[in-house]
Design a binder for this molecule. Sequence first.
Ligand code: URA
Length: 248
Amino acid sequence: MSPARRAQYLQAIGIDRWIPRIALGEAASPAPEPSAPAGESCARPGPDALTQTAPEARWQALRAEILQCKKCPLHEGRTQGVVGVGNREADWMVIGEAPGAEEDRRGEPFVGRAGQLLDAMLRSIGLSRDSNVYIANILKSRPPGNRDPRPEEVAACLPYLMRQIELVRPKLLLAVGRIAAQNLLGTDAPLARLRGRVHHFGERNTPLVVTYHPAYLLRSPADKRVAWEDLKFARSVMAGRPTDGERS
Ligand code: URA
């Protein structure tokens, strides 16, 4: 097969560079791997360039699409698309609603006041965005004035999140807030009815647990106790020993 044809096939399945093993052993060193964008981490490339390059290329393509996306009018008012942050191989994936002003400015999810509370919530169960969680939102662009996402915006943006979930393949999804929970579960049920039990998401039946959005908890600190129960519940689900999802 000609090198050009092979490159075409490999590109079609998400591999943008293929180095025959023999060439790795004898030729000059290959071009360096593209580095992960700030805020995201992934495993160091192993010896098998073929298998390591595929996810990296898919992440890069996804990132480029999100940054250039004009599928809904939100692109007109945003500073930048906000892709995600954390460990791309994490067992936990946290899904929020949409970037706020600070996230729009910095290009990273949950970096404002709500983000600080989210970090504290995660730390309370031994997790951190730097090591064992990947964080993304339903929408990648900031809605003006932090209004709720519109159905057509969610419809345009959700495929990006689906691709992120497929790439991370988390063992558990934690939906924070009504917007994330309702859109992932395809329901209008109020959050109080969705929390406290295990749902399942997508073809992989990934367990999904719902809790309050940290921005809501900043406004209603009395519910932090309930959110804490949700986090402990999620941890028990991850451990394979779900406790009663205490409804408080
Ligand atoms: N709220 C969200 O839902 N996501 C963010 O990234 C920031 C605030």
